[in-house]
Each structure stands twice: as C-alpha cells, then as structure tokens.
Design a protein around this ligand. Sequence first.
Ligand SMILES: Cc1ncc(COP(=O)(O)O)c(C=O)c1O
Length: 427
Amino acid sequence: MNIKAFEKKIYLSSPTMHGDEAKYMMEAYETNWMSTVGKNINEIESRIAELFGMKYAVALSCGTAALHLATKLAGEKLYGKPKPGRGTLYGHKVFATDMTFDASVNPVAYEDGEAIFIDTEYDTWNLDPEAFRRAVEMYPDVHILVIVHLYGTPGKVAEIKKICDEHQILIIEDAAESFGSKYLLDGQWRETGSLGDYNCISFNGNKIITGSSGGMFLSNSKEDAEKVRKWSTQSRENAPWYQHEELGYNYRMSNVIAGVVRGQLPYLNEHIAQKKAIYERYREGLKDLPVQMNPYDKDNSIPNFWLSCLIIDKDAMCRQVRDDYKAIYVPEHGKSCPTQILETLLAYNAEGRPIWKPMHAQPIYRNNAFITVNGNGRAQSNAYIDTGKITDVGMDIFHRGLCLPSDNKMTPDQQDRIIEIIKSCFI
Ligand SMILES: Cc1ncc(COP(=O)(O)O)c(C=O)c1O
C-alpha cells in the first residue's frame, strides 16, 4: 500500500488550546488566587449553570469526583447516613450502564454498594430500556440508576426516565463524554448533564473542552449543591477550628484549572462542529465498506460527536480472539476486525481505541449481576439444551467496534489517509 505514515501522531482526541486559557491562568497567578477559590471558578460555575439551564454548578477536581459525590448523595437520600466506616450504599444495589468507562460505576463500589449491570442497545450504544425494565422486575428494591451518553451520543432517556418515574428510581447522569449534546425531552431540547437527579460532567484532557483535568456537579437543589461543596472541601463544620462531623474529601477544582476551562468555554460549539465534520467525513469515506458508524437518534438527539466509532458487519469480521490482556486475529480476504484496524492505524502513527470493554466482563466486577433483554445475562448456556437465548449486546459491540482517530486538529487530508488505511484492512 502506498500510504505514508504520519510524521506527527494523529491522536484519538487531544486538547485544543486557543490562547485565552493562558490569560486566565495567568490572572489567577498574578492575583495570587492560586487556590481552590477565585474568579475563574466563580465564572465557570455561573456560566455552565446557565448553559445547562441548571440552578447550581459545583466545580470539582475531576468527573470521577463529581460521580462519587453524586452517588453518595443518592445513597444518603435513600438510606440515610451510614455507620462510621461504611459507605452510604452498604448492603444496597444500584442499576448501572454496562458499556462505559469504569469511572461511571466505580463510585458505587467506593460507597460499598453493588452495581447491577444493564445491557446495551444497538440504536445509540447506551443502556437498553428493555433490559432495564427486566432488571426492575427482578430487583424491585433497587432505586438508583447510573446512565451515560457514550462517546457523546445521548441514550434513550425518555424511555429510561419513564421506568424510573414508575418505580421511584433516582438517576445519576454521567455526561462526562457528552458536554454540549442535546436531547429532546417532553418537547424541550435539554443539555445532557441536566437530565438526571444528580448530574456530572468532565474536563479531562481528552474531552470536547478541557481544563487539563476537572469536573462538575450540576443540580437544581440548593441543598445538594451545598452538600457537594462542603464534602469536596473536607466537610468543615461551622466552628473556629477544624471541626468534622462527616467524612470529607479534597475534591474542589483549582482556580488555575478553572482558568483553562474558562478559556475553553467560548470554543465549545466550534469543537462540536469540527467533531461533527469528522464524523460525516468518515461516514462518507467508509460508506462502501461493510461497516457502520456509531448510530444516534436523529429526531430526538444532537450528539457532540466527541468520538467517531465504527462497527464491522458480522459477516465481514475475520476471526479475532481476546483474552484479558492480548488479542490475536487471522487476516482474511475482504474481511477485518478491530484488532487489525487498530494495529494498522498504529503502524501509520494514528491512535484509535477499542470500545469500552463492558463492566460485566471486567474481572473486578465478575461477580456482579448482568441483565439483558432476556433477563439474567450470566450462565445463559446449557450443556444439554440449546436455549437459543444468548444475548450480550455490549460484548458484541466491543468485539466488532472501535473508536477512530477523532482529533479536531486532524486535517481533511489526514483523515482521508486514515480512511484509506482502514480500507486497506479489508483488501
Ligand atoms: C464516561 C466517563 N465517565 C467518567 C469519566 C471520568 O472523568 P474524569 O476523568 O474527569 O474523572 C470519564 C472520562 O474520563 C468518562 O469517559
């Protein structure tokens, strides 16, 4: 193949700075607000609350911290304060999205709870409402759900919310990857990150806008916002000395980091437009291959197109096996697999990534329940009877899908080369 390797690496999704970030960081330095208080924090909290149509935004050190405190709030609301040494979810289960980054669900374990993983649907690659309904029937005592909008694509929120309303289930919304994505709920366009009872976003270095790190908790409840603010600054009580009645955390965002976020905010729509153009170019360029782009609901959602992904048609997959650490494949004429494409991209100095490996297949969560549209997703086969009922959508997408280089600084020419590289895998 006559394609040259990239001299400079093409990344999956790298930070894109514009200049103002340095100005606001310097402002923090020059005014000596080199701390977890200051103008940058105040500015981004009020601007983001307004952007999301929410009353309160609390800036935190990362999205994982926001998810942790959101999970703790939900646990305390339902089960009260735990005994010393125990998490708020001790002895309780939580429904959770299965195909996601582990940061979405680890806070359930931080709080001593047990996640029940719900399988994925093919229409948006998010939590399947049908499988969720099965889970609710099987576990009527569970009253918390963690939802995610994978790769910036909103999930089937209306269906999910309906089930939650019927069964008094609180929603923790992980919008870490979907800042700027919109969803049509009850006839109104809403930001993802404003759809749950507890809402979280991330400014991790690879996100659509970044602070280099950072996250936020969003809420319409003054009480919840104040709790998160208190917990995130070591839970100090109102006394002249350091008095503590509940566990505290050092989770507040730095005013320097907030300066980066402040500088990035005006560029959100520009970044989304660039990511959308990348998605469209892949869709057009790959249309003759036996692959599909990551799908979305055109009528009810506007994704931020954070990562472009593809999934290979079943009959165009060459043989590929993965153990816990390695993958091998057998090349085959006219076919390919994620491992071959990822290795080939890497050989040309471009970075892709496998789809998030589902949580129920992670060794750390091997004993947690996993619910599919057919009910219990564990132990589905039978040595003596062909049940014909094996479904595991998450593992299927993990097996056949991959994330493509989606960096907004990639030029159309570079992207065309990536497309040619992918095509070469199917020869
Ligand atoms: C789906 C999802 N949830 C949570 C996180 C955690 O955010 P952070 O890295 O800011 O802690 C990330 C990304 O990093 C993510 O992709």
